[in-house]
Design a protein around this ligand. Structure first.
Ligand code: SAM
Length: 203
């Protein structure tokens, strides 16, 4: 059995995130999670939504740990983890919602663009894309702790960094998604909500 990967932050943030997701996710359907990593979020969220199935996913190197967690702690509502690198091939099916946590500041900007473009294609019309993490406010400001975090990310890899809301809003508008809300969560994190435009607004 693969040793289970573990994130302390996931344990801390899962309850406040769940509270917000409860008001956002549909009663039925399938939710795609991008960058599931340790799988701690999906195994915690799934039992709270009896009508939903969940599709965890991540890049190949994270799949053994993710699969181990899902097989040990998952429910039948969690589908076998899928290999998904947002820069590569996306699933051909549609999802009723998409969720991703702490990915936009780890991905380089081209991958963030690819994530929004892919989500715009796989999300059904009217479905929501919930993106959790630290973000820069519209006026460019952010908390001191996020400034430090941003510096440490950029030192580690210049392509990483905390993304700003204005750029994400513009990006969403170019990819069939529309920014609809942001929820302020503990530890200076936010849950941004984007909605997939209706089919009639497709080009
Ligand atoms: C900091 S971890 C966050 C993991 C988990 N969602 C959480 O909140 O703890 C960043 C995640 O982004 C994923 N990621 C980075 N680049 C990616 C890409 N190009 N395609 C898909 N996932 C990517 C990583 O594989 C990793 O699972």
């Amino acid at each position: 059995m693969h040793e289970l990967p573990f994130s302390e932050a996931c344990e801390r943030n899962r309850e406040p995130i769940l509270e917000v997701l409860e008001s956002l996710l549909p009663a039925e359907g399938c939710v795609l999670e991008i960058g599931s990593c340790t799988g701690q979020h999906v195994v915690f969220f799934a039992p709270a939504f009896p009508g939903l199935s969940w599709q965890p996913s991540d890049r190949p190197e994270y799949l053994p740990g993710l699969k181990a967690r899902v097989s040990l702690q998952g429910t039948t509502a969690i589908l076998p983890p899928l290999e998904l690198d947002v820069l590569k091939t996306w699933p051909s099916r549609r999802y009723d919602a998409v969720y991703s946590a702490n990915t936009a500041h780890i991905m380089g900007w081209p991958a963030v663009e690819a994530m929004f473009s892919g989500v715009g294609k796989v999300l059904r019309a009217g479905g929501v894309f919930c993106l959790y993490g630290p973000f820069r406010n519209r006026d460019g400001s952010m908390s001191e702790s996020n400034k430090r975090f941003d510096r440490s990310l950029r030192e580690r890899d210049p392509s990483m960094g905390i993304r700003d809301l204005v750029s994400l809003e513009k990006l969403a508008a170019s990819t069939q998604l529309s920014f609809i809300a942001r929820n302020l969560l503990p530890a200076n994190n936010q849950l941004l909500v984007f909605e997939r435009l209706s089919e009639s607004q497709d080009d």
